[in-house]
Structure formats: C-alpha cells, structure tokens
Design a protein around this ligand. Structure first.
Ligand code: GLU
Length: 342
C-alpha cells in the first residue's frame, strides 16, 4: 500500500477535510500524522476491533530460504496480514534460532520461529547467550525438527566420529543448528575444533556438499528439508545415525532432545533411514505486542491452519491440542488468554 503515494496524498487530504468538518480523525491539525497513521485511519474497519497501541508492522523472522521456517513463517505472516485489518506482516529470511531470539529481544522484529531448546537458553541466559533475554515469550510449538547429518552416499562417513578432521557444515552463524552440531560432536567425544567447521546456511551447505567442498552437513529442520531434497535430486546422499550411547547422554543432559527415527520415506529421492535426535520448532513473540493484539494474532493462526499445511507438510502437525507440547518458556499473556478460552 505504501507504493501508492498518490493514494496516500488523497487519504491525507481526506483526513484534513474530515478534521475540518469535525470528524474524529484522531489528529490535531494533522502535522504529526505519519503515512502509516493516515493509512490506518483510511483503512479502519470501524467494526469495534481495537487497534489502540497495536504494532502496525509485524516482522516474522524465519530462517534460510532452503529451510522449513521460511515457508511456514511466510505463511504465518500472510495469515496475520490478511486477517488483522490494520496490521501488515512480512516474513523475512534470517540466520535462524539464535539470531532470531536476539533480534526479537532487541525489538528488531515481533514474531520469530526458533527451536525450543534455543528459546529456553535465551530466557535463562545460558549456553550461547551471555545474559537472559527478557523481552520475548512463547506462542505455540509447531513440529519436530530433526537433527540430520547429511553426506554423499560414497563419502565413507558412517558415524559422527568419522567426522574428525573433515570439512563439516555446522549451520549458519547464529543458527540453532550450530548449537546442536556442537553438542552432538561433544556427545561423540569430538569438539568443534576437531573438525574443519564451516558456517554455512542450508542452501550453501548443500551446494558445497555437491561440489565436494564439504564432507558432511548438520541440518536441524523439519523433514523433508528443501536443501536436502534438492541435493538428493542431483547426488546420491545418505543420512548418518548417531551412536546410541551418545543419544542417551544427549537426552539426559539436554532435556529438549528426544530420540528420533528418520523414516525411509522422509525424502522422495532416497531411502536412507537414521537414528538421531529432534527438538521442537516454536513461535516466540515480543513482549512489546499488546495482549489484545497477540490474542487476535494467535486466534488468526489457529483459524487458518490449512495455510500452514499448504506451505509445508510439517505444517500439518500444528494443532491446538499439541500447541503446548515442548513449550520451553512462559507464554505471552495474549496467547495464554486465547488458550484459556478454548
Ligand atoms: N532450526 C534451524 C535453526 O535454527 C532452522 C530451521 C529452518 O530454517 O527450517 O538453525
């Protein structure tokens, strides 16, 4: 709508005319009226839904475009954009979980997809976070994110310990994947310095695997993950299992990991199965979002779940019944209010 500057000029003129006629424009002479305020007034539905103090522009942080956060987060933004009269929402790509939590906390965005383990570390100020992040809370959990170790079928890599000295993509800088990769290496007796770690997003990891520039890649995402799917269309790939002993120590030490079997039909082009671990994807919201706005946004999401299933098959797992499974932090009070009424 901002593209139509002529329309804005017209609306501005109209609001001056209304003010002059004693209409309730909300402005006092118009000199403080911003483009957004004018637009809001111009579009106001007048149906009694209060927009008082609402955040008009909602940025939804996702992940890299070859992941699952991206299509799901963009679909969420589209739902909010279309269902809330005076609110625009946009889904944007990002470095994923860790940077999403930090950006949300800094007020740079309003909603974000993150892993439930990372959301918890942020609130607690542990692991990769130096101090507690106090400005976000939970909205809903989404679907399991599988920690996948991908390599070419003929790489000779059969277990995590084979990664020693290898070139390993461990996720983008600021991703949850990086945190998981480090913990999984450690559970197998390796540290990040025992491998030649490369900070690559899923798309770059996949291209570099195919070109022979990296030997393996960690990917924490819902299956099928776009990047792996694309890679497997042009190369023979396999998923590597984690050692049972390492899985046991991981699930014991970090409560958000659960053992997970990747089934043969997780990907169309190959039938590699693997025993790994999973965390849960979830949505967090800035505490700057007023409760009544958060209530309406939560409601809009649950009333349009089909749009999430259409965006990615993992979207089918988002339901009201499971929305608190694996919830690792306190809920936003506007979201809580919505659940209380169901
Ligand atoms: N869970 C991943 C991360 O935070 C991102 C997953 C995705 O983009 O779908 O690193």
């Amino acid at each position: 709508m901002k593209k139509f500057s002529w329309l804005l000029v017209l609306m501005l003129t109209l609001s001056f005319v209304l003010a002059a006629c004693g209409g309730d424009s909300g402005g006092d002479g118009g000199e403080e009226t911003t483009e957004d305020e004018t637009t809001e007034e111009g579009e106001s539905s007048g149906d009694g839904a209060s927009g008082e103090g609402w955040v008009e522009n909602i940025t939804v942080l996702t992940g890299g475009e070859a992941g699952v956060y991206f299509p799901i987060g963009v679909a969420m933004a589209d739902i909010i954009d279309s269902q809330l009269e005076d609110v625009s929402a946009t889904g944007v790509s990002s470095g994923a979980s860790v940077s999403n939590a930090e950006q949300l906390n800094n007020g740079e965005a309003q909603l974000a997809l993150v892993q439930n383990d990372i959301a918890y570390y942020g609130v607690e100020g542990t692991n990769m976070f130096e101090e507690p992040l106090e400005n976000y809370s939970g909205v809903l959990t989404l679907y399991p994110e599988t920690i996948q170790l991908v390599t070419l079928a003929d790489s000779g890599i059969e277990s995590v310990s084979d990664l020693e000295g290898m070139r390993v993509a461990i996720g983008d800088v600021g991703s949850g994947t990086e945190a998981n990769a480090t913990q999984i290496l450690e559970a197998h007796g390796l540290s990040e310095s025992d491998v030649d770690a490369q900070y690559l997003d899923f798309a770059d990891a996949s291209t570099n695997l195919q070109d022979g520039n990296v030997d393996a890649a960690f990917v924490t995402a819902g299956t099928p993950t776009g990047a792996i799917q694309e890679l497997s269309a042009s190369a023979d790939v396999k998923l590597v299992s984690f050692d049972q002993e390492a899985i046991d120590s991981l699930t014991e030490e970090y409560s958000y990991y659960t053992q997970h079997e990747i089934p043969a039909d997780a990907y169309e082009n190959f039938d590699s199965t693997a025993t790994t671990v999973a965390v849960q994807a979830m949505v967090i919201a800035s505490n700057d979002i007023p409760d009544d706005q958060m209530y309406e946004m939560t409601k809009a999401l649950f009333e349009n779940l089909d749009d999430l299933s259409n965006a990615h098959v993992r979207g089918e797992e988002v339901t009201l019944d499971t929305a608190q499974d694996g919830m690792s932090i306190d809920l936003h009070s506007g979201a809580q209010q919505y659940y209380d009424e169901q």
